[in-house]
Design a protein around this ligand. Structure first.
Ligand code: ZN
Length: 269
C-alpha cells in the first residue's frame, strides 16, 4: 500500500473516531449518527475500490466476457453496510425519543475538527487515480452530512437539544437514501438496459455501408461497456470472404466507437 493511500485511509478513520468520541462524550446524537455513517462510508469505499480494480482484470477461463460486473459487489456491500448502520442508529434514536439530553459546546467543535480531517483526506484523494476519484466522489456526501452535523450540534448546544435530535433524524434518513440509491445502481447494472442512442448510431453506420439489417440488440454490461448482436441480410450468392470482410468491418467500427463486443450473424436475403 502506498503512503498516500495509507494517509487517506488513516485520516478518514481518524475523522470518524473524532466524531464518535465527540458524540459519546458531548452528547450530540447528530454527531453520533454522522460518526456511524463515516465508518460505514470508509468500509463501503474500500470494498467499492477493491471490486472496481478486480473488474478491470482481463477475461479468463471462468469469466470469458471479462470481469466488469464484479463492480456490482460495491453497491451490494453498500446496501448491507448502510442497512446495518441504519438499524443501529434507528435503535439509538428510538431509545432517546422523548428524553431530554444536553449537548455540550464541545460537540460542534469536535464535529468541525472531524470535518476538517475528513476534508483533507478527500482533497488528498483527488487527482490520484480513478479508484481514488470514486472514493472522493463517494465521500463528497460525507461533507454535506458534516455541515448538517455541525449546524445541528451547534444549535443543539446553544438553543435546544431538539434541533440536534432533528439533525440526527435527517442524517439517518440520508442513510436510507443511500441504500435506495445503491439499489437503483444494482438494478441498473443487472437489468440489461440498452442505449437507444448507440442502437440508432449503429443503424446509421450500417445504412451508410448499405447493409440490410434484420435485428440489432445491445445491452449495457456496466457504464460505458456494451455487448450486442446483429443479424444482417446479404444476397445468397455473396462469397464467404466478402461476407466475412463486411462483418469484420462492422465489428471494428462499433468496437472503436462505442466499446461494444458485437456478434454478427449473416443470413441470406
Ligand atoms: Zn475470472
Amino acid at each position: 500500500m502506498n503512503i498516500r493511500l495509507a494517509t487517506i485511509l488513516a485520516l478518514s478513520i481518524l475523522g470518524g473516531l473524532i466524531k464518535i468520541v465527540g458524540g459519546v462524550l458531548y452528547g450530540s446524537k447528530a454527531l453520533l449518527v454522522d460518526a456511524f455513517t463515516s465508518f460505514g462510508n470508509i468500509l463501503a469505499a474500500i470494498l467499492i475500490i477493491h471490486y472496481y480494480q478486480r473488474s478491470l482484470e482481463p477475461p479468463d477461463r471462468d469469466h470469458m466476457f471479462g470481469h466488469y460486473r464484479l463492480t456490482i459487489a460495491g453497491p451490494i456491500y453498500t446496501v448491507v453496510i448502510y442497512s446495518a448502520i441504519f438499524g443501529i442508529v434507528a435503535m439509538e434514536l428510538i431509545n432517546t425519543a422523548g428524553k431530554t439530553y444536553v449537548v455540550e459546546e464541545m460537540a460542534p467543535v469536535m464535529a468541525a475538527i472531524g470535518f476538517v480531517v475528513y476534508l483533507i483526506s478527500i482533497l488528498l484523494s483527488r487527482g490520484v487515480d480513478i479508484s481514488f476519484k470514486i472514493y472522493s466522489r463517494f465521500t463528497g456526501s460525507e461533507l454535506i452530512e458534516s455541515i448538517v452535523t455541525i449546524a445541528a450540534s451547534l444549535s443543539g448546544a446553544l438553543l435546544s437539544y431538539i434541533i440536534d435530535y432533528i439533525g440526527a433524524i435527517i442524517l439517518s434518513l440520508f442513510i436510507v437514501y443511500e441504500v435506495y440509491n445503491s439499489i437503483g445502481n444494482i438494478i441498473g447494472i443487472i437489468s440489461d438496459e440498452t442505449s437507444r442512442e448507440i442502437v440508432m448510431d449503429i443503424e446509421h453506420e450500417l445504412n451508410k455501408l448499405n447493409i440490410n439489417i434484420d435485428r440489432i440488440r445491445v445491452r449495457r454490461i456496466i457504464e460505458g461497456i456494451y455487448h450486442g448482436d446483429i443479424v444482417i441480410k446479404m444476397p445468397p450468392d455473396t462469397p464467404l470472404e466478402a461476407a466475412h470482410y463486411i462483418a469484420d468491418k462492422i465489428e471494428d467500427r462499433v468496437k472503436k466507437k462505442y466499446n461494444i463486443d458485437l456478434t454478427i450473424h449473416v443470413e441470406p436475403e
